[in-house]
Design a protein around this ligand. Sequence first.
Ligand SMILES: [Zn+2]
Ligand SMILES: [Zn+2]
Length: 291
Amino acid sequence: MQHLFQKLIGLDQNLLMLILIVVFYTIEQLFNKPFEFRKRTFHFVNGIPLQVGYMAVNYVLAFVLVAWVQWIKTHHFGLLYQIQIRYAAKVILGFLAIDFTFYWAHRVYHTWALPWRLHRVHHSDTSVDTATFFRFHPFDAIMDNITFMIAVAIFGIDFNILLLFFLVNLIFTIAQHSKFAFPAWTDSIFGIIFMTPNLHKVHHHQNQFYTDSNFGLTFIFWDKIFRTYNYLPVNKIQYGLEEFDDKKKQTSWYLLKSPFLNIKRVTKHDDDKTHLTVVKSEMVKGNQVDY
Ligand SMILES: [Zn+2]
Ligand SMILES: [Zn+2]
């Protein structure tokens, strides 16, 4: 078991990322008709400058994160260094703790004006597919690394747990954005615990009522516990943000500079809000609602 764990965290995650993107991007193309070659190629290539920027910032910050993890370990700082339990239990608890921290950080990204300026780049995508994995502003890496540092300091996360989280999160993030028609039963079974692709796509709906829900990265139960869970069939989801609908606002150059522009967030009219409140209360009661 320990041997398997060491093998898992020792995987070359850059190579794995490349393989997953190629496999998912190719297979989703075969399942989706019509063959929109030009549109998809633009979408894919357009995301590359963002991803290169994200990886560059992440690479620099990795040195800070590594030094931070080492310092925490040396000083036995953080909860997991204080308790005497089996290492396997520490791995599970540590993994949950990182995901829990990201759940709250993700809520902050949506609530506070400055983080939202960076995070909205990911949400501005009007056609979610595997290439949406690329769609993060380079400075988003700063927020993500701060979140990791907070989790490491509070919970006493070590390198192995961190590497395991990176690995699982890589697989989840690519799968969550892939454009497959995952059947509803995948949500009924896996959606009890995990943030399935269909559930994450609800988070990409244009309407803020849904954008501000399903914040979890790996697990959905944080949203259920803290009442931010929402469900909507994928064929009812309209991706993107209204304020980024214009084609000119989908280019990588515009997205790179967008955090420095004052772009007013478009929210739905009061009529829609009232309607959605009714829908939500009916859903809570377990009634079937026509959207
Ligand atoms: Zn988000
Ligand atoms: Zn996403």
